[in-house]
Design a protein around this ligand. Structure first.
Ligand code: SAH
Length: 249
């Protein structure tokens, strides 16, 4: 049973590749896939690419070509929900595509052909990720040197939104949260890939779970906060969480 570990960014993947045992580098569909053993488990490491289509291609290749039994996604995201702050961790319970709009033919956000707006993550895998996230946050507590000092790091579990936009304005983030909330969707964080991978995994019946560390608040300072976070802490979080997840698997 091989587990795919998807990373959104190279900075988050490099630590995992460095720790891989019996590493083999394979190129397929214009992407690099690393197979090997990590913390005693058979894994394939891949970069999702940025945006929904790139991530869907990667997920499809992992399933079709590498026959993975499950996909776990780690990355960074913009905090949208109240109280979701830089340095916090969000484990996805389910996903919505915030830029899906086939209205008036279908209700806003509904995925045509799927009769739903929300794609659930695998409960058992998500529970393991939650444990890993709690362990990671406990050891990272107090180790932050970000301008957005967050004294009490938290782990959240709930709805994540994906779309082909880097959300980098407070008014846009507010609008996104408010519109979704009015339809009963309480979003915690926004990113650009997870919902696409969730949809591919649902099509194939492959269990999927995702965890994102909050790099920015999807507001007017998002770009700078994102860059700083990725350079300084994202990879350490990813290494730590993937290790404790694989050890529990
Ligand atoms: N690699 C480029 C672009 C990164 S795009 C760079 O270095 O600048 C941002 C990535 O982080 C995406 O993979 C997305 O999933 C996630 N992300 C972080 N904050 C986000 C936000 N505010 N809005 C959307 N995606 C965000």
């Amino acid at each position: 049973m091989t587990t795919a570990i998807l990373s959104a960014l190279l900075e988050e993947q490099s630590g995992l590749v460095a720790m891989l045992q019996y590493p083999q580098r394979r190129v397929h569909a214009g992407r690099v896939f690393w197979t090997g053993s990590l913390h005693g488990r058979s894994v394939v490491l891949a970069l999702s690419g940025i945006g929904k289509v790139a991530a869907a291609t990667t997920a499809t290749a992992l399933i079709e070509r590498f026959g993975v039994a499950r996909i776990v996604f780690t990355g960074v995201a913009g905090g949208v929900g109240e109280g979701v702050r830089v340095g916090d961790v969000v484990v996805a319970q389910d996903y919505v595509q915030h830029d899906m709009d086939a209205s008036p033919l279908f209700p806003r956000w509904e995925l045509p052909g799927y009769a739903r707006a929300r794609l659930a993550c695998d409960a058992a895998l998500s529970a393991l990720l939650l444990e890993a996230a709690h362990a990671c946050v406990a050891s990272a507590q107090g180790q932050f040197d970000l301008k957005t000092a967050n004294a009490t790091l938290q782990v959240h579990h709930g709805l994540m939104a994906s779309g082909d936009r880097f959300v980098s304005a407070a008014h846009e983030s507010d609008r996104l949260r408010t519109a979704l909330r009015e339809a009963g969707h309480e979003v915690l964080a926004v990113e650009m890939e997870g919902a696409a991978v969730a949809q591919v995994c649902m099509d194939y019946g492959v269990p999927f779970a995702a965890v994102r560390t909050i790099s920015d608040r999807a507001d007017d300072t998002a770009h700078g906060d994102f860059a700083l976070f990725v350079q300084t802490v994202a990879s350490r979080y990813a290494d730590h969480m993937v290790q404790s997840f694989l050890e529990k698997l």
